[in-house]
Design a protein around this ligand. Structure first.
Ligand code: FAD
Length: 293
């Protein structure tokens, strides 16, 4: 099933993101989360692509197992980091062989220094748009790309960054997933910039349940934005009280999600950190879970 078909429903959906497990214990934790989320019928589940060989193998193995052993629709991330075109073709071939037909094509970051200068593999890609074209040329894949509400950290200005995003979609991507952000308007402005360029491909917001101070710090790191004062006021008083922080964080993320749904987003993409409880809580509160469960 193509992810983009799962987004063409009359009610909004949710999807979840995992990372490849590092060891046996984290593999068990991931599979517990997969099994707990499966009955809630996420539109798709995605597995990120790591920097090194063994983590990459685990992405392929995990997405393959999800395709073969669950009712879920898997999407594998793929990056161009340290890969020749021949290797990229090989990985895409593996995805197809294990039943994975959805790929999130991202360029990736220089290993060790995410904000450092990008160094292309001599026989590899320079921009994600080239990866989109490559994956599309290799079979009937549904392809997604990354979007950045505050602009990509290496981009000079938002307009140029949006032009590059439109370029990736015109290169053949079916949809985009936005990096984490703090306020609904930040996401909606990106959606408006795309619309003003005549681009109506589905754009899914990335959402991370703010269960701990660490998840808040992670959101700052990934989004590239500081915590807005309104949010700081709600969360800061609870920094030393994990239970109260979690309760306030789940409220904040539920309210953000409600606003996004009211603004007509087709789905919410949850960064789960390989756990299911907080995501299940939020989607339950939003009424996104199937009623039969
Ligand atoms: P690109 O689209 O290639 O953009 C990179 C930079 O080049 C940007 O500044 C862009 O504006 C600019 N640019 C693009 N096209 C052009 C052009 N034609 N000319 C000039 N400049 C151009 N990383 C991982 O390692 N593994 C993952 O699994 C992973 N999953 C992700 C999932 C999501 C939803 C998101 C939002 C990010 C993910 N990332 C992942 C991080 C991503 O790899 C980095 O953010 C990376 O720095 C940018 O990737 P990109 O695909 O947006 O690159």
């Amino acid at each position: 099933t193509a992810v983009v078909d799962r987004l063409r429903t009359d009610r909004p959906v949710f999807s979840v993101e995992f990372f490849p497990p590092r060891d046996d214990a984290s593999e068990r934790q991931l599979w517990r989360a997969v099994r707990e989320l499966e009955p809630l019928d996420p539109a798709f589940v995605s597995i990120t692509y790591g920097a090194g060989g063994s983590s990459r193998d685990r992405t392929i193995r995990t997405t393959g197992r999800i395709a073969q052993e669950t009712t879920l629709v898997p999407m594998a991330h793929l990056t161009g980091v340290n890969h020749s075109l021949a290797e990229l073709r090989n990985v895409v071939g593996w995805y197809a062989a294990v039943g994975v037909h959805n790929v999130l094509a991202v360029r990736g970051d220089p290993p060790g220094d995410p904000l450092g200068e990008w160094v292309a593999h001599p026989e590899g890609i320079t921009y994600a748009s080239e990866l989109v074209r490559l994956v599309r040329s290799l079979g009937p894949f549904c392809v997604g790309v990354a979007a950045f509400p505050y602009g990509h950290p290496r981009s000079g200005d938002l307009d140029t960054d949006t032009d590059h995003l439109v370029g990736k979609i015109r290169a053949g991507a079916d949809f985009a997933i936005a990096q984490l952000f703090f306020e609904a308007d930040d996401f909606l402005r990106l959606r408006d910039r795309l619309a003003s360029r005549g681009c109506d491909a589905p754009l899914l917001p990335g959402v991370m349940p703010l269960t701990t101070v660490r998840t808040l710090d992670k959101t700052v790191e990934l989004s590239g934005a500081g915590v807005p004062p309104s949010l700081e006021r709600r969360l800061a008083p609870h920094r030393d009280d994990p239970k109260a922080f979690r309760a306030a964080g789940i409220d904040v993320v539920t309210e953000l999600s409600e606003r996004l749904l009211a603004e007509g987003v087709r789905g919410l993409h949850f960064y789960t950190l390989n756990r299911s409880t907080a995501t299940r809580e939020v989607i339950g509160r939003l009424g996104l879970a199937p009623t039969r469960v």
